[in-house]
Write a protein that binds this ligand. Structure first.
Ligand code: ZN
Length: 271
């Protein structure tokens, strides 16, 4: 069976924790015409700021991609526009072709995709890692409103977030110390996927994965705490029954999880 065939659910991991902001956070895209700011933060249906799963995934993946080139037997295309980026190589390989049988597509993906695209997804291949939208933590949900701040961003261009002379601009931020509930689901991860996720988790816990925009002004610094790792092996009938009937998952110490899978990743030879 092709290693990228994920149709049968064999294992699921759930990794949860709390993202605590060390500096203020700006994730734009909010629509709030009444807000007294040029760039409101993105909010959920109940009007509270949240961190979109796509933002978390992008930041997490970027952190992993910065480290992978230092690991001799691993390869990352870095998702760039370069002609050797996996998406471009796939487009080239699959052009003029329609209705490729699933099996053949998987063989092509297996041949072309770099290590980070295999784990975090590419065109034609879903990510092993699903990053959920992160709502503000319970303590913040009990407040009638999350107290955001508006900061002066003289000369910051709305679209590029680059400095631009002569325009006056302000933006809304979520203040430091705000926390968000982090949740990541992994489905059918290989040892390799677990290694890359452990790498990202280690960086996240260590405060090395900034989130959101306007980072050149120090925004978006945060760290992950109270991390829990749980898993279920669906190929074990007893474990599957306990999970389906009682929601039971096997938990593992976060430190052990990270050490075990990081060691496996760093010590592995290219097969
Ligand atoms: Zn790639």
């Amino acid at each position: 069976m092709n290693i990228l065939d994920r149709s049968q659910l064999r294992a699921r991991y759930r990794i949860t924790g709390r993202i605590v902001m060390d500096t203020a956070l700006h994730i734009g895209g909010g629509r709030n015409p009444s807000a007294a700011t040029d760039s409101p933060v993105v909010r959920d249906g109940s009007g509270r700021p949240f961190i979109p799963g796509s933002s978390l995934k992008g930041a997490f993946r970027a952190a992993v991609e910065r480290l992978v080139p230092n690991i001799p037997h691993l390869r990352t295309c870095g998702l760039g526009d370069a002609s050797d980026a996996c998406a471009n190589r796939l487009r080239e390989e699959l052009k003029d072709r329609r209705n490729i049988p699933e099996g053949e597509l998987l063989t092509i993906l297996d041949r072309i995709l770099c290590d980070t695209c295999r784990t975090f997804g590419s065109t034609h291949l879903a990510s092993v890692a699903l990053f959920h939208d992160a709502p503000v933590s319970e303590v913040w949900r009990t407040l009638p409103e999350v107290p955001t701040q508006v900061r002066d961003g003289v000369g910051i261009d709305r679209d590029s977030e680059r400095a631009r002379e002569g325009i006056k601009y302000d933006f809304e931020v979520v203040p430091p110390q705000t926390s968000f509930d982090f949740a990541l689901t992994l489905e059918n991860p290989t040892e390799h996927d677990l290694g890359l996720v452990a790498l990202g988790l280690q960086e996240f816990i260590g405060g090395m994965i900034p989130l959101g925009g306007i980072r050149s002004r120090g925004l978006g610094r945060c760290h992950l705490e109270d991390v829990r790792v749980e898993g279920v092996d669906f190929t074990d009938p007893k474990a599957m029954k306990a999970y389906l009937l009682e929601g039971a998952m096997r938990s593992e110490s976060t430190e052990t999880f990270i050490r075990r899978h990081l060691s496996a990743l760093l010590d592995a030879e290219r097969s």
